[in-house]
Design a protein around this ligand. Structure first.
Ligand code: FAD
Length: 339
């Protein structure tokens, strides 16, 4: 286990911004993880747990303490007496490789979540979701290590208090490190195709799409919606879609009758922020220096080259104030903006 010093975080975040981490180490086992946490406590170093930094905006000043990248690997698949399959993966495994494995093995459940960057361990943190599926729909258990005392726990979904891009882990950061995630999958075909883009894609498809058909479609749709990470910096959708009351929606519809909205629980509706940014705020493709609201999906903020965290935060504030001014809605970031 090596603890490096002054490691630039712009090389460890997909936004490609962030100053140096005073200390940086990869934990490849629970024992290494606990040793690193203990080290940080002994030296009074603030701790930052990371996967691949695809949902983080790291500060230009860097991180004064210890950054731990969770690199615990391993995958296991076990058939259960009820016909389901339990897929367990270490927190450091690449999420999309796990999805690809499950698709090739004929296990249903993860295919709509194809192409999401990052690690397995980060997926429960914001309850990752895409194309009509959220990780909470398939999670069986989340294995964690408690930072306070090194105890291990196994949480079931109700313990995790999953919500839209939200969980107990996100609400109480700094309490647990996810070490592994187990998902319950199925060999029986169960396509989830209600999401508009997928419905459109398969509208002339005569037979039930296969797992591979769905994965290929999702990857193709995503390649149109997100910039190429090899060329540009981004953390995907910067903001969450706002959830407002039905009364507020009725008022909004008086001015914007076409605003897309989806039920989000008793008396609440989720609003398409991409639509508001495009049609109400005219922000699609708007640039401020090296920061852009992506031309094909304005929810995505892009570092086109050389942007700082300060530039990105200023742009995000500008977007949020446009939305507030035109609609009265206060939007929240989906990305973890660190200070
Ligand atoms: C191009 C692009 C497209 C994206 N599309 C989607 C999408 O469709 N749906 C979606 O939901 N997200 C999407 N994201 C966001 C991102 O991919 C996910 O949030 C992903 O799960 C983050 O994984 P990571 O390993 O990079 O986590 P990081 O960014 O490193 O960390 C994210 C948060 O989780 C915490 N964390 C990470 N690992 C652990 C752990 N093991 N234990 C405890 N805390 C941990 C970190 O402290 C941080 O708060 C997208 C991002 C990009 C760049």
């Amino acid at each position: 286990m090596v603890i490096e010093e002054n490691v630039p975080l712009n090389n460890h975040t997909t936004f490609r911004v962030g100053g140096p981490a005073r200390f940086f180490a990869v934990a490849r086992s629970r024992e290494e993880l606990w040793a690193l946490i203990t080290h940080a406590k002994d030296k009074n170093l603030p701790l930052l747990i990371m996967g691949t930094g695809s949902n983080i905006l790291a500060p230009d000043e860097g991180w004064k303490g210890l950054v731990i990248e969770v690199g615990i690997m391993g995958k296991q698949f076990s058939d259960q007496p009820d016909g389901t399959i339990l897929a367990t993966a270490g927190a450091g495994e690449n999420w999309d490789s796990l999805v690809a494995d499950c698709v090739s093995k004929g296990f249903w459940g993860l295919e709509n979540l194809s192409g999401i960057p990052g690690t397995v361990g980060a997926t429960p943190i914001q309850n990752v979701g895409a194309y009509g599926v959220e990780i909470k729909d398939v999670i069986d258990t989340v294995e964690v290590l408690e930072i306070k005392n090194g105890e291990t726990h196994s949480f079931i979904p109700t313990d995790c208090r999953f919500g839209y891009r939200d969980s107990f882990f996100k609400q109480e950061p700094g309490r647990y490190v996810v070490t592994a995630v187990t998902m319950r999958l199925s060999r029986n075909a169960a396509p989830t195709l209600h999401y508009r883009d997928l419905r459109e894609h398969f509208k002339n498809h005569k037979e039930t799409p296969s797992l591979l058909d769905i994965r290929t479609a999702v990857l193709e749709i995503r390649s149109r919606k997100f910039p190429d990470l090899r060329k540009f910096g981004t953390a995907g959708s910067f903001f969450k879609n706002p959830i407002i009351t039905t009364t507020h929606l009725a008022k909004l519809q008086e001015r914007f009758p076409d605003v897309p909205h989806f039920p989000a629980g008793e008396g609440r509706e989720k609003i398409s922020l991409a639509w508001l940014l495009d049609r109400v705020c005219n922000l699609k493709g708007v640039t401020h220096g090296p920061v852009e609201s992506f031309k094909r999906q304005p929810l995505v903020i892009v570092n086109t080259g050389g942007a700082t965290a300060k530039d990105i935060r200023a742009f995000a504030d500008f977007v949020a104030s446009c939305v507030k001014e035109k609609t009265g809605i206060a939007i929240e970031p989906e990305v973890n903006v660190l200070s």
